[in-house]
Design a protein around this ligand. Structure first.
Ligand code: SF4
Length: 727
């Protein structure tokens, strides 16, 4: 007699007719998983699989990586360039020359009439590094506007700023291997199982080999918090208070590394003086964490020997984001936990190539971590690109979050949006909508014609997606990994590199410069520019073949190096002229919108595992959409009961900015004074968010604003939800 599974048919995977596998790197998140893409006899990508020999993911992929081949042929792909004089008109199909000529002519007209900086460019974290470098050369060296930024300002700018302020340079100092070497891990606002699933698996694998304490700081009981040894449900926006208090206890109890501080750090006296005010009793009143728990965590971290912090948006998206990062760095510097195995400050980045834009796009400076403010750097890059260094501005222009208010003020008249979707991703989207309507000219470059921001464009450039191109991404641990072109770009879409090169040709200045056509030639140029005595971001020892063979190589990797460096600052020398890191005394100032009688709930937002960014890709993928089809709001059952709200009822959320309709999911994951909404959906959470800016990084505080909950007509709400899903 047969029982159980043996009675059933064995699971059979559908034969997708794969005739060839090609090497690629996942084009979604910053974990940077190595994969192979299978193509059928028509040369079309039909499936993906993880690469077993790759250290990052060791053969695994998450739901997004496993279904990634579907995004190439998905509905909504842009097939032809489109054009229209006014955004109230219908689109007309056109050819590439007409679309590119129109764009160049409009940029030139507007710059001549209003000034160079009245054209702005907002790019992404999702194109190849070679494309970022070329876009930077075009914007900084040819078009010549200083109002150029990446949408990474919405997620990573505080980490960049904090690294620069503490260590003298951007660049995450640690690596994934630190999970296996650490004796204590503290995660701030980082929900790995949903945000970075394969990294979560790496953490679990490390914990199976050797148990160490995991401490999670998050106002929500996230999946990550559920696996923690200690969960600290902190009051939103008060991480700096907790971190100062942890440092207070560590120093008070003599758990700090005096030798490391004396040899490698400046600023200890000022830091000690400031944190004297952050005793656990005082701190607990602000951050909401019990004083005994603060002491216990400080002792656990201080006594660990090697301890590490990871963080994502919970720290970065705050008015104290940059200070929060510096305070994490303070904690690791005073305990001697930088540059050693298992001891690090590792910011987990968001998009697949958020690091590539930081390194090479020239958004906030010049390529290879060079600064506009540095005359030598301007000279060096000017010479390398064959242009007059005086053409470069002497300091950085507006960040993305300042570009939109500048449109409102009439200071910016034209906008080029590259592979991002600000109408959904920016805070206070009602205001962003009005800004976009005010532009004289807007061009959107995206793989998907139905990206919502395209409603405001006069020209649309259909771009190739991920595996339709060749090039590199850099992941969270500074690992450069390659994607080989798997199939031709869809219909008449073109690789972003081709679009940048063709647009550059519309300016005379480009004739004296070099704009290589092939990604590998661009990479070789970047290698040349990365060389230099003491230059940290050195990739001169890499080549495409070496990268693929190793399944990714970490920088710095200098010419002649057999492999890249796992960690930065292993010699204790930092990127300031005196070689020492800065311990920074950071006082907490309460400056967020907070719940009050009229708006009694904190509004929190974040990711779900099935979706990425604003769903331009995952919204088209069967399984991603099937498992996470609709925006919802987590609400505590006690709060719901007091308002008479029921599970799966629609409610209207109202903030001082706008309103949004969502379906209620009752859960104890959130406290009674907080609600949570995934951020991926159009016309949803960012209609409500405020997004006050961090003064250093200009990153918005998405997670710290206040809302109230109102009843709404259920049928009307269901219609809104369906319309939003099908946009
Ligand atoms: Fe892709 Fe990130 Fe999933 Fe890896 S964890 S498969 S990089 S989305």
């Amino acid at each position: 007699m047969l029982f159980g599974r043996s009675k059933k048919n064995p699971i059979k995977l559908a034969d997708k007719g794969v005739v060839q596998w090609k090497y690629a790197t996942c084009g979604y998140c910053s974990v940077g998983c190595s994969m192979e893409v299978g193509t059928n006899s028509d040369g079309l990508a039909v499936t993906t699989r993880g690469v077993g020999a790759a250290d990052v993911n060791r053969g695994k992929l998450c739901i997004k990586g496993l279904t990634e081949a579907e995004i190439l042929q998905a509905a909504g792909r842009g097939s032809e360039p489109l054009i229209r004089d006014d955004i109230s008109e219908s689109w007309q199909s056109t050819d590439w020359n007409t679309a590119l000529d129109k764009t160049a002519d409009e940029f030139k007209r507007i710059q001549e009439k209003y000034g160079r900086d009245t054209v702005a460019v907002v790019s992404t974290g999702q194109i190849m590094t070679e494309e970022f470098y070329t876009l930077g050369k075009l914007v900084r060296g040819v078009i010549g506007t200083n109002n150029y930024d990446g949408n990474t300002t919405l997620c990573m700018a505080s980490a960049v700023s904090g690294y620069k302020r503490s260590f003298g340079s951007d660049g995450p100092p640690g690596c994934y291997g630190d999970f296996e070497r650490t004796a204590c891990l503290m995660a701030f606002g980082s929900n790995l199982p949903e945000q970075h699933p394969i990294l979560y698996w790496r953490l679990k694998e490390a914990l199976e080999k050797k148990k160490f304490p995991v401490i999670v700081v998050d106002p929500r009981v996230t999946m990550m918090a559920q696996m923690a040894d200690i969960h600290l449900p902190i009051t939103p926006g008060t991480d700096l208070v907790l971190l100062n208090s942890l440092a207070h206890v560590i120093i008070e109890e003599g758990l700090h590394d005096k030798q490391y501080i004396d040899g490698q750090c400046n600023g200890f006296e000022a830091l000690s003086a400031l944190i004297a005010d952050y005793d656990p009793v005082s701190a607990s009143k602000i951050c909401g964490i019990d004083e005994q728990i603060i002491r216990k965590v400080a002792r656990t971290y201080g006594n660990a020997g090697s301890a590490m912090c990871i963080w994502t948006m919970g720290i970065n998206q705050s008015t104290h984001g940059s200070d929060g990062v510096c305070a994490i760095n303070n904690l690791n510097l005073i305990t001697g936990n930088i540059g050693k195995p298992g001891g690090t400050s590792l910011s987990i980045t968001g998009q697949c190539n958020a690091m590539g834009t930081r390194e090479w796009s020239s958004c906030s400076g010049l390529p290879g971590y060079r600064a506009l403010e540095n005359a030598e750097h301007r000279e060096e890059v000017g010479k390398f690109w064959n242009i007059d260094p005086a053409f470069f501005p002497e300091k950085r222009g507006l960040a993305q979050t300042d570009i939109f208010p500048a449109i409102e003020a009439g200071k910016i008249k034209a906008l080029w949006i590259v592979a991002t979707n600000p109408i959904t991703s920016m805070p206070d989207s009602g205001r962003i909508r009005k800004n976009l309507e005010k532009l004289e000219f807007c061009v959107v470059q995206d793989s998907y014609v139905d990206a919502e921001s395209n409603q405001y464009a006069n020209v649309y450039f259909p771009a190739g997606v991920w595996a339709e191109k060749t090039g590199c991404f850099t992941n969270t641990e500074r690992r450069v990994n390659i994607t080989r072109q798997v199939q031709k770009p869809f219909a008449n879409s073109k690789p972003d590199l081709w679009i940048f090169n063709q647009l550059a040709k519309r300016w005379k200045q480009s004739e004296i410069m070099n704009f290589p056509a092939r990604a590998e030639e661009v990479f070789d140029e970047m290698k040349q520019l990365s060389k230099g005595q003491g230059r940290m971001l050195d990739i001169s020892g890499m080549s495409y073949d070496k990268i693929e063979l190793a399944r990714g190589l970490q920088w710095p990797m200098r010419e002649g190096d057999p492999k890249g460096a796992e960690r930065l600052y292993t010699d204790g020398r930092f990127q300031f002229p005196d070689g020492k890191a800065r311990l920074l005394a950071l006082a907490y100032k309460e400056n967020n919108e907070r719940p009050d009688n009229e708006y009694p709930f904190w509004l929190n937002s974040g990711r779900v595992v099935e979706h990425f960014h604003t769903r331009t890709k995952t919204g088209k993928v069967g399984n991603c959409n099937k498992f996470s089809p609709t925006p919802y709001m987590e609400m505590n059952p006690d709060a719901a009961e007091s308002l008479g709200v029921e599970h799966m009822q629609y409610v209207r959320l109202v903030s001082k900015r706008g309103d949004a309709v969502v379906m209620v999911q009752l859960t104890q994951r959130v406290p009674a004074n907080m609600v949570f909404i995934p951020f991926h959906f159009y016309n949803c959470v960012n209609r409500l968010s405020l997004g006050l800016l961090d003064p250093y990084s200009r990153q918005p505080a998405y997670k710290q604003c206040a809302v109230r909950i109102e009843y709404c007509d259920q049928q009307e709400a269901a219609n809104i939800n369906i319309a939003r899903r099908n946009f």
